[in-house]
Design a protein. Structure first.
Length: 327
């Protein structure tokens, strides 16, 4: 009927109703909504779409590692998270008819803020606060083969995209409910219950903890004579690795914030896999840095006493903590 009407209007010298600006805008909006439904897994056999989209964005961000190898696990890591978060926020808010709930936007917005803050910190440390670190990155990059770079690029991009899936699934839920005629503005299929809200609190806590810890250590190391000294001020006088603790808390909160939106076994598996990856990487980084600190500050009795009485979680030892003092 629409085609027949358009032909009749053309014969009369009129602009077909189907080609007016208002109609075209409607087509784009309807098409975008349909695409989001497809990519977000509105039909079970098409759920792979959103995974490929997120993975592509993750590959884009982590490709910074080809500039400097260690960027794969630092600046490229932040860029992957930031690009995924930014694109997801923009598109989901465009595609829904009735608005994304504030907490859903905040959930992903905090991931974007985490990315921006850590990227700025890493680049400031490399080029301003600690230029020698930039020289070290260059030396490492020269020793790494292209094949090694490709392998770690694909691996890191996979897990970075998995880490962001709790945010993606939460926004997907809001979009699908927002495009439903039966839904109310600002509502979602999976409501923000007490557990999911706890995730937001953990995100905020982790982001604040990590930000303060990085600032305190950076300020300490900038002082004359402190570059090679053990940092024992502020949060560093309470926790052995407050910056890593903050990151662990942040990503745990991100995962918890998505609870209620994992609608299939594969979504549970992928989101949980992303969390386990971040926990595993953080544990490895903590163990490695603890060994390095012991080599550098092993002659400092104050440091050794601190290590005997403090842990990642504060002024007490934990049963599962690795006893590096015996090495």
């Amino acid at each position: 009927q629409s085609i027949k009407l358009s032909l009749q209007q053309l014969k009369k010298g009129e602009v077909p109703t189907a080609l007016t600006p208002a109609s075209i805008v409607g087509y784009v909006k309807d098409g975008s909504t349909g695409a989001m439904r497809t990519l977000a897994g509105y039909r079970p056999n098409q759920r792979v779409g959103i995974l490929m989209a997120v993975y592509t964005l993750s590959l884009l961000g982590s490709s910074l590692g080809f500039k400097s190898f260690l960027y794969f696990v630092s600046v490229g890591y932040c860029a992957s998270i930031g690009i995924i978060a930014a694109v997801a926020l923009i598109l989901s808010n465009i595609w829904t008819n009735k608005g994304i709930p504030f907490l859903s936007n905040l959930h992903t917005g905090l991931a974007l803020l985490w990315s921006i803050r850590l990227t700025a910190f890493l680049l400031y440390r490399e080029y301003i606060n600690w230029p020698q670190w930039h020289n070290k990155l260059t030396e490492v990059d020269e020793r790494v083969s292209t094949q090694s770079k490709l392998t770690i690029w694909i691996t890191c991009a996979t897990f970075y995209s998995m880490m962001m899936l709790p945010c993606i699934y939460r926004l997907k839920d809001a979009v699908l409910s927002g495009t439903s005629s039966a839904s109310k503005p600002g509502t979602a299929i999976a409501h923000w219950g007490p557990v999911a809200k706890t995730g937001i609190v953990l995100q905020l806590t982790g982001l604040l903890l990590e930000s303060i810890a990085d600032h305190q250590k950076g300020s300490f190391k900038r002082r004359d004579g402190n570059r090679h000294r053990w940092c024992n001020i502020g949060l560093w006088s309470v926790f052995t690795h407050p910056n890593y603790l903050g990151e662990l808390v942040f990503w745990s909160g991100t995962y918890i914030g998505g609870l209620g939106c994992y609608t299939s076994i594969h979504e549970w598996f992928l989101a949980t896999g992303g969390l386990l990856f971040s926990l595993t990487v953080m544990k490895g980084a903590i163990d490695s840095l603890s060994s390095k600190h012991l080599r550098h500050y092993g002659d400092d009795d104050e440091y050794l006493e601190f290590r005997r009485t403090h842990s990642l979680l504060g002024p007490f030892r934990t049963p599962f903590q690795k006893n590096l003092l015996s090495l």
